[in-house]
Ligand binder design. Structure first.
Ligand code: IPD
Length: 263
């Protein structure tokens, strides 16, 4: 039986190697390989190469585990553990030369559904920011040797992040939701990498975050960070476009966000 800490340490080692490759490719110049759900939803050659590196390293170290990755699909394992990987979260930032992108690697147990799995370990490594967030179940969330805590009070209003998906049909509804949240907010951020939004809530750099339409690899590592930092995390039923809703925050703000977004 492998401990969550051992899984976390493996994820840390691989995420750092993956981050170096992503940065090297960024310096060499990024090429867009394809569009995915819409023309704005892109994948670069580097996303694919970095995922191949992570997948290969995990297969060497833990051949019995399953894999669920953004770019190369999934594979069943026999151990009950699945690695959920976004090789470069924040691909649009990466392509535009902005530093807010991250390698996100998590180990989960049981279901592959973010509403049902049990997260064991998670790493969000942002090489261009110099930040490596990590957590193991029951062992806390950490950044550079400091234990992380979510904020519990926001007297001047909450600093809240969100994201708008790539599908234009959903933008008007998401802007309506944002208008309902604004009375709670000191200000709004749109960072462009869900794994970093989640990590920043864990670290108290943001008070809360919500977004519809996130995928398992966007949230797997970051939600464990928030849980381990004492926050609340919610994964709510899909809307008419099939998009699940993610909300994370300290407990009071979590309830306020839920009430304003879901009514
Ligand atoms: C995207 C980012 C973005 C979020 C999108 C995600 P990707 O992931 O996390 O912030 O708004 O929903 O798809 O495509 O850059 O890996």
């Amino acid at each position: 039986m492998t401990s969550p800490l051992e899984l976390q340490d493996l994820a840390l080692e691989i995420a750092k190697e993956a981050g170096e490759l992503a940065q090297r490719r960024r310096r060499e110049g990024v090429s867009i390989a394809a569009s995915k759900s819409t023309i704005a939803d892109i994948v670069t050659e580097a996303d694919r190469e970095v995922e191949a590196l992570i997948r290969g390293r995990l297969a060497e170290a833990r051949p019995d585990d399953g894999f669920l990755g953004e770019e190369s699909g999934d594979a069943d394992g026999t151990s009950g553990i699945t690695w959920v990987v976004d090789p470069i979260d924040g691909t649009v930032n990466y392509a535009f030369g902005m530093p807010s992108y991250a390698v996100s690697i998590a180990a989960v147990e049981g279901s592959r559904d973010p509403g049902e799995w049990r997260a064991l370990a998670g790493v969000v490594h942002a090489p261009a920011l110099g930040d490596t967030f990590h957590a193991a179940s029951g062992e806390g969330a950490w950044l550079a040797g400091e234990r992380l805590r979510v904020t519990e009070e926001a007297p001047a209003g909450a600093l809240v992040a969100t994201g708008l998906g790539y599908d234009k049909a959903t933008h008007a509804g998401d802007l309506d939701t944002l208008a309902r949240v604004m009375p709670l907010a000191r200000d709004i951020r749109r960072i462009g990498a869900a794994s970093l939004d989640l990590s920043f809530v864990a670290a108290g750099r943001l008070d809360g975050y919500f977004e519809r339409g996130l995928k398992p690899w966007d949230v797997a590592a970051g939600r464990l960070l928030v849980d381990e930092a004492g926050g609340r995390t919610g994964w709510f039923a899909p809307d008419e476009y099939g998009r699940s809703l993610t909300i994370v925050a300290g407990s009071a703000l979590f309830e306020e966000l839920r009430a304003r977004i879901l009514g």
